[in-house]
Design a binder for this molecule. Structure first.
Ligand code: F6P
Length: 373
């Protein structure tokens, strides 16, 4: 049994981080008599001079509904090196320094809350001898081996409410309103919020779009008497013959930032349809603030299960939601590939059945209709 465990929050923040920290602390102390050390600013807090503090039950009181993370987060730091060509690798000296500091601090094992990038760093710590259990965090819901990550459900609520609000103003002004949402290279937020909010067009990275196909959907709606349209565009969506659009390509200290496809579509659609088009970028509103009820529950369950996994001797695993149960899966499997929206997913089929356009070419649409179940 470990006497002291460390907990840290890696990558961008997501609603529910504090709820996980609370559950980790309560379970570790209350159930197993362990000490918990909070590591600040993601893995950076393990480098000299270290930034850590002991967390007791008193420190986590009132944390359940609070957004952000009391431990601070970093989404790129000293543990990842970015080459000239944009590829990322691991910086080996810093792992040695961090592991020595973990020994000095008396930390026997780590609970790491993170997305694919942070959990890949966590897996390296485990390979170098530090037992790790990961907790799947990201509003993007793009981690493999888990049906859901915490943070996604809250982001979805926020995006859906934004679509509801855009509907009324779009209708009043006979405009096309575009909502650009986050999601990096996957379209989970766009697809789910687009269906939940009744969008007419959803553009996701998994289905490259044709601007002409989007324009014809808007014209078709006009012919049927709807003078307004709602589009949800995932930040990673791209035209069939185009590239993803970045605000910033990133460097050693900063991860690349997607963004701009919404304004690109606005400009192109105005030209193709002659309609007034406006774009709203929802941005970090999707990440800030209180987690919803589902994320509080999921985060709490993940946090407790992570400590229980460590206590029964598991390591190099991530807690994961599968078929309404929390299980553990190998960390390497969880970070090997992003979980993208399958071309043939049921929700894509449903969306198409109710008339939502993905801006796909006729040929792609034909294949989708053959393969969807
Ligand atoms: O991975 C979470 C996420 O919010 C992505 O959806 C988005 O692309 C990215 O982080 C934004 O990062 P930053 O906070 O650095 O702008």
């Amino acid at each position: 049994m470990y006497r002291t465990i460390g907990v840290l929050t890696g990558g961008g923040d997501a609603p529910g981080l504090n709820a996980v920290i609370r559950a980790v602390v309560k379970t570790a102390i209350g159930e197993y008599g362990m000490r918990v050390i909070g590591i600040e600013d993601s893995f950076e807090g393990l480098l000299s001079p270290t930034k850590t503090r002991e967390l007791t039950a008193a420190h986590v009181r009132g944390l359940l509904p609070r957004g952000g993370t009391i431990l601070g987060a970093r989404n790129r730091g000293s543990f990842v090196e970015q080459g000239e060509d944009g590829t990322v690798g691991k910086h080996h000296d810093v792992f040695q320094e961090a592991i020595k500091n973990l020994e000095k601090l008396g930390i026997d094992a780590l609970v790491v809350l993170g997305g694919e990038g942070s959990l890949a760093i966590a897996a390296e710590f485990d390979r170098q001898g530090v037992p790790v259990v990961g907790v799947p965090k990201t509003i993007d819901n793009d981690l493999a081996c888990t049906e859901l990550t915490f943070g996604f459900a809250t982001a979805l609520d926020i995006a859906t409410e934004a679509i509801d609000r855009l509907h009324t103003t779009a209708e009043s002004h006979d405009r096309v309103m575009i909502l650009e949402v986050m999601g990096r290279h996957t379209g989970w937020i766009a697809l789910h919020s687009g269906v939940a909010g009744g969008a007419d067009v959803i553009l996701i990275p998994e289905i490259p779009f044709s601007m002409e196909s989007v324009a014809s959907k808007i014209r078709e709606r006009e012919e049927c008497g709807s003078q307004f349209s709602i589009m949800v565009v995932s930040e990673g969506a791209r035209e069939i013959s185009g590239q993803q659009i970045y605000q910033d390509k990133g460097d050693r200290q900063h991860a690349p930032r997607l963004g701009g496809v919404g304004f690109f579509c606005q400009h192109e659609l105005e030209g193709l349809t002659g309609k007034e088009v406006r774009c709203v970028v929802l941005g970090h509103l999707q990440r800030g603030g209180r987690p919803n009820a589902f994320d509080r529950m999921l985060a709490t369950n993940f946090g407790s299960c992570a400590v229980r996994a460590l206590a029964r001797g598991e390591r190099d695993v991530m807690v994961a939601l599968q078929a309404a149960d929390i299980i553990t899966v190998p960390l390497d499997e969880a970070v090997a590939n992003l979980k993208t929206v399958p071309f043939t997913s049921q929700l894509i089929r449903t969306a198409r059945d109710i008339g939502i356009s993905f801006g796909a070419t006729d040929e792609a649409s034909y294949h989708m209709s053959l393969e969807c179940v």
